[in-house]
Design a protein around this ligand. Structure first.
Ligand SMILES: [Zn+2]
Length: 303
């Protein structure tokens, strides 16, 4: 699981509880982790892009005209009584260098008091967004770097400013999705390792050379009336694939998050990329179907 649960300032007794019961979470109902006293704020800022911005995630630089969904910086701020606030930010980009994060969090600290050390910034690792850092053959888009920096700061500041006045409850559900993704380095009978089209080359003899983490934790922050004010989910497949061909896209994870927001009527949903070193959608589940499978696990977590 790639998520940093200890970042959440729940009490020690709850931490013990979580260790004792982790085995029973799988496929079970959500567990109430913290009741009352928790303020939750959330905000999403769109990253405005255009066709002049180089896309990273391929070996060669490329440019695309159209876009599906939004590319965003999604921030959630949490505050417990007598505790400093913490922030979690998910950005629909391949990766984010320190040179963007540091000034963004300095601005956040100046305007909210949230310490940079209390903020987790996660790149969803979509391969379909403008480049924020030199990767492979593509440089970074200076315009996009500036937009990303401002969006990280703005989303955190807005989330802090809209911290709930009422107390919220924190629910946790450890779900699982093991059909969208798998270890993509498969060992062949002759000892060689296949990677480009692994399932086809391996045939019926599928021998992964490493693990795949199918866990799909859902963190659900609910108001006293039971509505989800913010949701965070985490999964560990490379964020590759679009629904509409050659477009900018948050890929299946971001599309699922944005569609759930609409379905839930205003909840902010953030996706955090987990341990996806060499884990890919090797079964080539179509993106539209992958979106549905993610949404289904998250929906069931809320039931
Ligand atoms: Zn990648």
């Amino acid at each position: 699981m790639g998520i940093s649960i200890p970042l959440l300032p729940y009490h020690q007794s709850m931490l013990c509880f979580s260790i004792l019961t982790v085995g029973s979470w799988l496929s079970s109902a959500s567990v109430l982790m913290a009741e009352g006293g928790l303020q939750v704020g959330a905000a999403a800022v769109n990253l405005q892009c255009d066709e002049t911005m180089v896309i990273s995630g391929s070996i060669e630089p490329r440019y695309v005209k159209d876009q599906e969904g939004e590319l965003r910086s999604v921030a959630i701020v949490l505050r417990l009584p007598d505790q400093p606030p913490v922030g979690i930010v998910a950005c629909d980009v391949l990766c984010i260098p320190k040179s963007i994060i540091d000034p963004a969090l300095a601005e956040v600290e100046a305007k909210t008091g949230i310490k940079p050390g209390n903020v987790l910034v996660n790149a969803t690792h979509t391969h379909h967004a403008p480049s924020a850092a030199p990767i492979h053959g593509s440089g970074a888009s200076p315009e996009f770097c500036e937009i990303l920096k401002q969006a990280i700061a703005q989303s955190l500041i807005e989330a802090y400013q809209n911290l709930s006045e009422e107390d919220c409850d924190f629910y946790f559900h450890l779900g699982e999705e093991k059909t969208v993704g798998g270890n993509s380095r498969l060992k062949l009978p002759d000892g060689k390792i296949t990677w480009i089209n692994p399932l086809k080359e391996a045939g019926e003899n599928v021998v992964p050379t490493g693990p795949f983490d199918p866990q799909l934790p859902v963190l659900d922050f609910r108001t006293a009336t039971g509505e989800s004010r913010a949701l965070i989910y985490n999964h560990s497949t490379h964020t590759i694939g679009t629904r509409s061909g050659n477009v900018r896209s948050p890929s299946f994870y971001g599309l699922a998050a944005q569609e759930l927001e609409t379905e839930l009527g205003g909840t902010t949903v953030a996706f955090l990329e987990g341990a996806s070193g060499s884990t890919h959608n090797i079964a080539q589940v179509p993106v539209a179907e992958a979106v549905e499978r993610m949404k289904q696990v998250i929906r069931s977590a809320r039931e």
